[in-house]
Design a protein. Structure first.
Length: 263
C-alpha cells in the first residue's frame, strides 16, 4: 500500500507524529522567546490558533510550561530543564511567587514586582502592574532596572553574601554609567548597604531613577541565598514614605518569607 503524500510529494506523517512535532515546535518557541503569548506562537509557527491553544493546554497539563497570571505569557518550567538548557531559575521563582503577588495586589492595590539579579541589572520576572488600578506603567515583565537606583537592587545588594556583593559592585564600576556614579561613592554606598541591612528592607524615595515614584523592596532569602526581591511602587505625591512603610513593609515581609523556594 502506497503512503499518502503531501502536495510537495513527501510522504505524509502520521497524525501522532505531526502532533508531537508541533508540540515540540511550540515548546521550542516558548523556550527561545523567554515568554510568549499563544497568539504570537501561532503567528511565529504559522499554525492555526485552535491547534496552538490545544498544544499549550496539553503542555501546561503535563507541567512543561506555565502561563503568567499577569500577562498571559507562557514560559518553560522546571520540568522542561530535563529537555535541554532552557531552564531559567528566574522562571522557577516567578512560578513560586505568582500566587503570593496576586494576593498582595488585593491587599496593597499599588503594583508589586518580583525581580531577580542578572548581569548588572534587576530583571522583573513577575508583576501586578497590569491588574493594579494605580499603575502608571504596563508591560513590565522582562524590563531591566538599575541596581543602585532601585529599591529591589539595593535590597539585593544588602542581603547577598559579601563576596557576591563585591563582584556586583566591581562590575558596576567597570560599566561606569554616569547616573550610577554618585551612588558608587564609597561612603554613600557603604552607608546605604548598612542601613538597608539593618532595616531589612530597601527604600527609593529621593527621585532617583523615576522622580514621580517611590518604592520599597524586601529580599527573598533562604540559607543566605538571595533568590530575588519583592518591591512595591507608588506615586510619591500620593503617599509619604512613613505611611508607605507602615502599610507595606509587613505584608511584603510576610510574602517573601512564605514563597516556597529552596536554597
Amino acid at each position: 500500500m502506497s503512503k499518502e503524500r503531501t502536495r510537495s510529494g513527501r510522504p505524509r506523517q502520521p497524525e501522532g507524529v505531526r502532533a508531537i512535532k508541533r508540540g515540540l515546535d511550540v515548546l521550542h518557541e516558548i523556550n527561545r522567546s523567554g515568554g510568549i503569548r499563544a497568539g504570537d506562537v501561532a503567528r511565529q509557527l504559522e499554525l492555526p490558533r485552535p491547534t496552538v491553544y490545544r498544544l499549550l493546554e496539553t503542555l501546561e497539563e503535563l507541567g512543561y510550561v506555565a502561563r503568567s497570571a499577569s500577562d498571559d505569557r507562557f514560559r518553560v518550567t522546571r520540568r522542561a530543564s530535563s529537555l535541554g538548557d532552557g531552564y531559567d531559575p528566574g522562571v522557577v521563582i516567578c512560578q513560586a511567587a505568582a500566587p503570593y503577588l496576586a494576593e498582595l495586589s488585593k491587599i496593597l492595590v499599588w503594583p508589586v514586582d518580583l525581580s531577580t539579579y542578572e548581569n548588572a541589572s534587576m530583571v522583573i520576572q513577575e508583576t501586578t502592574h497590569s491588574r493594579s488600578p494605580l499603575s502608571i506603567d504596563r508591560g513590565m515583565i522582562g524590563r531591566r532596572l538599575p541596581v543602585l537606583r532601585t529599591s529591589a537592587g539595593r535590597a539585593y545588594l544588602a542581603a547577598c553574601a559579601p563576596r557576591e556583593r563585591d563582584v556586583i559592585i566591581n562590575h558596576l564600576r567597570r560599566i561606569d554609567e554616569a547616573d550610577d556614579r554618585p551612588f558608587l561613592e564609597a561612603d554613600r554606598l557603604s552607608r546605604m548597604i548598612a542601613e538597608t541591612a539593618q532595616r531589612g528592607y530597601a527604600i527609593r524615595n529621593e527621585g532617583e531613577y523615576n522622580p514621580k515614584t517611590a518604592s520599597i523592596a524586601v529580599p527573598i532569602v533562604r540559607d543566605e541565598v538571595v533568590f530575588g526581591c519583592i518591591s512595591i511602587i507608588w506615586i510619591r505625591s500620593a503617599l509619604s514614605l512613613d505611611e508607605a512603610i507602615a502599610e507595606f513593609v509587613a505584608p511584603l515581609r510576610k510574602a517573601a518569607a512564605a514563597i516556597p523556594v529552596e536554597a
